[in-house]
Design a protein around this ligand. Structure first.
Ligand code: GLV
Ligand code: MN
Ligand code: MN
Length: 400
C-alpha cells in the first residue's frame, strides 16, 4: 500500500457520523482537533516544523519558512456527512510526496510547505474557505469572529476553546508573503476524469459561487385549530424558493442552484413554523450571472412571502467570482505531467481564494463514482498513487 492510501486509512475512524453516514469534521470540534494532532505528528515524524498561523491554518515546513516557498496542501474538515477524500486526499498526497522526494535524496532549493486550511467547507460557521479568506484579508475578521454555528457558539468562542486567539484573526501578510506558488491536489467532485479516461487533471477554472440566507417570518400557530385562510406560514414561501431555485437555474445556461439546508423554528410536526431559514448555494460560470440568478430567485421569495403575509430577508453570506488559475503555472504543471487534461470545476477551493494573490493551481484525481460531498465519494488506490506521484513531480520541478 502506498503512503497516501495508508495515511488515509489512519484517518478512517476519525469523525465518522453515525447518524448521517460519512464524516462530519468541523473546525474546532473534537474530530477536527484529532486530525490537527495527527497532522502535527506526521509532520514531526518527517522532521517538518509545524506552526499554526494567526487564522488557525496549520503549516509544516521543509526548510526554514521564507519567501518564494512552494506550498501544497488542502483541508481536513468536511461537509456534514461528507466523504473521506474531499480535503484529506490533498493532505496525505502532500505527505506522500515529501516522503518520495526525501527517498530519492532531493533537497529543495527553496522552502517547501504543506498547509492545512481551516474550515474549507464552511460546514460549521457557514463561510467556506474561512482560513484562506481570513489569511488573504477577503473576510473581515470582526464578521468572522461573530459568525455562529447552529448551536449559537461564535467562531471567536470556538477558537478560544480550541486554544487559538481570535483577536489575531485577519489578513496575514507574513504568511501570504512566504507563498511563492501554491498547488492543491483534490479528489475530482464530478465526472470529468471518468469521461476523459485520465487519472489526473490540471485545474483550469472555478466557477463563481456563493451562499445566500433566506429568512422568512410568519406567525407560529396550531396545525389543527388554525384555518388555512388565517395562516401566515413561512414554509410556503420557503418551498417556493426551493422550486424557483431549480426552475431559474434550469433556464440559465450551465447554472446550479441548491437548497441543501432548511431550518423551521420551532420545528414541530403539529406546529405552523414562526420562522424558516434556508440557505441557497448558487453557482454560474462567467461574471455577474450568479448574482443575477439569485436576484431572480429572491424576486420569487418576495412575492411568495407577500402572498402568505410573511416577511423575508435575503443575506449574502459569501461570494467568490469565477477564478482562472495562473496560466504560467498551469503550463508548467502540464509540461511536468506530460499534457494531462485541463478541467474546469463547479467546486470551490482554497487554491481559488489564494489565486487572487499568488500563482496557484490544482491537480484533480479521478473519482470513479462522480459523487462528492457524500459517503460514496471515492478514488481508486492506483489513482491515489498516481496523484501523489504527480504532485511529487510537480513539487520537485517547482522547488528546484
Ligand atoms: C466545496 O467543496 C464547495 O464547493 O462547496
Ligand atoms: Mn468540498
Ligand atoms: Mn475540498
Amino acid at each position: 500500500m502506498t503512503t497516501a492510501s495508508r495515511l488515509l486509512g489512519e484517518l478512517a475512524d476519525t469523525g465518522r457520523d453515525r447518524s448521517r453516514g460519512g464524516y462530519s469534521r468541523h473546525v474546532f470540534d473534537a474530530a477536527e482537533g484529532e486530525l490537527r494532532t495527527w497532522f502535527a505528528e506526521q509532520a514531526a515524524r518527517r522532521g517538518l516544523d509545524v506552526e499554526t498561523d494567526r487564522n488557525g491554518n496549520l503549516w509544516a515546513w521543509w526548510g526554514s519558512p521564507g519567501p518564494d516557498a512552494v506550498v501544497t496542501g488542502s483541508h481536513l474538515d468536511s461537509v456534514p456527512g461528507g466523504g473521506a477524500f474531499d480535503g484529506p486526499l490533498g493532505v496525505v498526497s502532500a505527505l506522500d510526496a515529501v516522503d518520495s522526494l526525501r527517498a530519492k535524496g532531493f533537497a529543495p532549493a527553496r522552502p517547501l510547505a504543506v498547509v492545512v486550511f481551516a474550515e474549507e467547507e464552511g460546514g460549521r460557521f457557514g463561510v467556506p474557505c474561512l482560513g484562506s479568506r481570513l489569511l488573504t484579508g477577503s473576510l473581515d475578521p470582526d464578521r468572522a469572529r461573530a459568525l455562529r454555528d447552529p448551536d449559537g457558539v461564535t467562531l471567536a468562542e470556538a477558537a478560544a476553546r480550541a486554544g487559538h486567539d481570535p483577536e489575531r484573526f485577519g489578513r496575514d501578510d507574513e504568511a501570504l508573503g512566504r507563498i511563492g506558488r501554491f498547488v492543491e491536489l483534490h479528489v475530482e467532485q464530478g465526472r470529468g476524469l471518468i469521461d476523459l479516461g485520465s487519472p489526473v487533471a490540471v485545474g483550469s477554472t472555478v466557477i463563481a459561487h456563493g451562499r445566500w440566507r433566506f429568512s422568512f417570518t410568519g406567525q407560529g400557530n396550531h396545525a389543527g385549530a388554525t384555518l388555512l385562510t388565517d395562516r401566515s406560514d413561512p414554509m410556503l414561501p420557503a418551498a417556493a424558493v426551493v422550486a424557483a431555485a431549480r426552475r431559474f437555474a434550469a433556464a440559465a445556461e450551465d447554472a446550479r442552484a441548491t437548497v441543501g439546508r432548511l431550518v423551521p423554528t420551532p420545528g414541530g410536526t403539529n406546529v405552523i413554523a414562526s420562522t424558516v431559514d434556508l440557505w441557497l448555494d448558487a453557482r454560474v460560470p462567467g461574471a455577474n450571472r450568479t448574482r443575477a440568478l439569485v436576484e431572480e430567485i429572491s424576486g420569487e421569495a418576495r412575492s411568495a412571502a407577500a402572498a402568505e403575509g410573511c416577511a423575508v430577508t435575503v443575506t449574502e453570506e459569501s461570494y467568490s467570482d469565477t477564478v482562472t488559475f495562473d496560466a504560467g503555472l498551469r503550463d508548467e504543471l502540464n509540461g511536468v505531467l506530460g499534457g494531462v487534461p485541463a478541467l474546469p470545476t463547479g467546486a470551490g477551493h482554497d487554491a481559488a481564494i489564494l489565486a487572487a494573490h499568488v500563482p496557484a493551481g490544482m491537480l484533480y484525481v479521478r473519482n470513479p463514482t462522480g459523487i462528492s460531498h457524500a459517503p460514496e465519494e471515492f478514488a481508486e488506490a492506483g489513482d491515489v498513487d498516481r496523484g501523489a506521484s504527480a504532485l511529487a513531480e510537480v513539487l520537485e520541478h517547482l522547488s528546484t
